[in-house]
Ligand binder design. Structure first.
Ligand code: HEM
Length: 601
């Protein structure tokens, strides 16, 4: 009996003892060992604190920074990333800190930023998403790994590049026109553009990627927004062992509900597409991003097939990433232009130039089409036997030369058209002839069109440098690995802070906190002294932003259309307070006043 009693007490004691050893091993031994390993290589940082790591300090610093008033300067790094700013100053560009029990090596040295991002596929893959991030984006393109990533990336590349992007332009323009229509009659009054751009960017991604209106996606946007708020307020919450398994906090319960609701809404959208095909209203699922996804969901080839879960996660990812980021970029660019009126003028001047040039490009294409039609008419007459030759007039001679069997005498299509253009216009009045030469010269010197667009690009780059929406990129080490001169253990979390180099006076000079788009006059490579890690607002390497071209095209269209109608000035009620949610956002919005450039705008 006493042996049994002994056993009954001994077994739980053994369990408790083993659990205690494991707990101390995980929560004390491993962190101290990693800390020692990195300290001995010159990597310092705030010391590990039992269970909580540095989370309490970080939460306190962020809370204090968020309520501290700030002057209207662009030196926003201490405000949006207070702990990183302070620890980089104290411990150096790369330092070690603790997210609970997890060691996190923060990297902001441009050479190492570049090395990590360029090798993101295998050596420094993405981290497993936190619980809240997985509710927000699931296994969408931002978080997924391996073969699944390659498959999803291919689809997204196709949907957001080249021809597809061109086809989206009318939808973007139509969305901006709706916004501008609403602004009519608001001249001289205050407009809060962060909110306006939230609606606009939601409408744009809905129309371009999902073939629906903002109203249809409204519920999804609202729920994703809630999820992102929940996620950002839980970024530095420590997960206490065991307790988290037994008890779910209110935020977790709410995010589970939201994730389920979003799944339901997206599946309804997918069903609508499928029904259209089944009912014979459409003969395909569509060519937009949603159409591609639904096609992949129905793919009979197992290698290309997407599961319903992946499809939903991909929709969530693009609804969120496609809207939140551009929303912030547009709002911050308008703020900077409102403060720096001279850059509004510069951009507008260039826009008019590029508008003229675009028109010239259109004209040039139109003329070519007309000329070729006339040539075809002549050719048809000969083919149909209505005429024996192409004719003796100037056009006839040219068409003859176009068909010459001797290669040395033969005119190319381009030469034929140019020759016609010249003579058509030379025969008319001087203004037309001048126009013809302009058309002719611009058609040849396409680089001038690019020059005219460059000013807008410089403004966007400088906004991304000062107010880049992305706060950092999360990676881990797959195995023991060398990074620069450092030897890192496997499964170490890395946090790439690409915004730190953006605000570093050693890289950009003493005027680092000033808005000076001319830094980018000769492109990014020159501005950064060929140091790719010094400026990478869209990331680098294989996991860079798939929506980069979409985002910059959308931003250019929106800004161009606003600047062609209005001058923008900052409202006296504006309070400068950039804060880090998932993206860097203006805490109290951005209030501006618009004045029409024309009386009838
Ligand atoms: C100003 C606008 C934007 C900025 C600054 C931005 C920034 C970034 C950055 C820095 C990354 C790399 C993340 C990493 O390496 O961990 C990224 C990835 C990504 N972005 Fe964007 N983004 C913007 C707009 C967009 C838009 C409009 C879309 C969708 C249409 C989009 C979709 C994505 C996706 C799906 C990824 C993950 C790509 C992959 O891992 O293969 N982004 N973005």
């Amino acid at each position: 009996m006493s042996a049994l009693m002994e056993l009954v007490t001994l077994v739980p004691c053994c369990f408790f003892f083993i659990a205690l050893i494991k707990f101390l091993y995980d929560y004390l031994w491993i962190p101290l060992r990693i800390q020692h390993m990195l300290n001995s290589q010159g990597i310092k940082g705030p010391p590990y604190r039992f269970i909580h790591g540095n989370n309490k300090e970080i939460a306190k610093m962020r809370q204090e920074a968020s309520i501290k008033p700030m002057a209207l300067t662009h030196d926003i790094f201490p405000k949006v990333q207070p702990q990183i700013y302070s620890w980089i100053n104290k411990y150096g560009r790369n330092y070690l800190c603790w997210n609970g029990v997890r060691a996190e090596l923060v990297i902001s040295e441009p050479e190492l930023v570049r090395e990590i991002l360029k090798n993101s596929e295998k050596t420094f893959p993405k981290r497993k998403p936190t619980i809240y991030l997985s509710k927000l984006l699931g296994n969408g393109l931002v978080t997924v790994e391996g073969e699944k990533w390659a498959k999803q990336r291919k689809l997204a590349n196709y949907a957001f590049h080249g021809e597809s992007l061109k086809n989206m332009t009318p939808a973007v323009i139509a969305s901006v026109e709706t916004m501008l229509e609403k602004w009519k009659g608001q001249e001289g009054k205050e407009i809060e553009v962060f909110h306006e751009f939230r609606l606009l960017t939601s409408e744009v991604i809905s129309r371009t990627a999902f073939g629906s209106s903002y109203l249809e996606g409204e519920k999804v946007f609202a729920m994703l927004n809630k999820l992102s708020m929940i996620m950002s307020r839980n970024l530095y919450n420590t997960r206490i062992p065991l307790i988290n398994k037994l008890w779910k906090p209110a935020d977790m319960l709410e995010s589970e509900e939201l994730a389920k609701e979003i799944q339901y809404c997206v599946m309804k959208m997918v069903k609508k597409r499928e029904d259209k095909v089944v009912n014979g209203e459409a003969d395909s699922f569509g060519n937009d991003f949603l159409g591609l996804l639904v096609n992949a969901y129905h793919d009979s080839d197992k290698n290309n097939k997407l599961s319903m879960e992946d499809l939903v996660d991909e929709c969530k990812t693009f609804y969120f990433a496609g809207q939140d980021t551009v929303n912030a970029l547009l709002a911050w660019t308008v703020l900077l232009l409102a403060i720096h009126g001279d850059w509004q003028d510069k951009a507008r001047r260039e826009l008019w130039k590029s508008g003229d040039m675009l028109e010239s490009e259109e004209l040039s294409k139109g003329i070519q089409d007309c000329v070729m039609k006339i040539v075809k008419k002549r050719e048809d007459k000969v083919v149909n036997g209505e005429a024996g030759r192409f004719g003796n007039d100037f056009l006839g001679l040219l068409v003859n030369a176009y068909h010459d069997s001797d290669e040395n005498n033969r005119l190319s299509t381009e030469d034929l058209v140019d020759e016609c253009k010249t003579f058509y216009f030379a025969g008319q009045d001087t203004v037309n002839s001048l126009l013809a030469w302009i058309v002719f010269l611009l058609a040849i010197h396409g680089d001038w069109q690019e020059k005219a667009r460059r000013e807008m690009t410089m403004i966007i780059y400088e906004t991304l440098r000062l107010y880049g929406p992305s706060n950092g990129m999360m990676r881990r080490t797959e195995s023991d690995v060398q990074l620069g001169k450092l030897i890192l253990p496997a499964n170490l979390d890395l946090l790439v802070i690409h915004a730190a180099p953006h605000h570093d006076p050693q890289l950009w000079g003493d005027d680092v906190h000033l808005f000076k788009p001319e830094r980018f006059a000769e492109g990014i490579a020159k501005a950064t002294n060929y140091n790719a890690g010094a400026f990478c607002p869209f990331g680098l390497g294989p996991r860079n932003c798939v929506g980069m071209n979409f985002a910059t095209t959308e931003t250019k269209i929106v800004l161009s259309m606003i600047l062609q109608r209005y001058t923008i000035s900052l409202s006296p009620t504006y309070v400068h307070s950039p804060i880090p949610y998932i993206t860097v956002q203006p805490q109290h919005g951005i209030q501006v006043i618009l004045e029409s450039l024309y009386n009838d705008a």
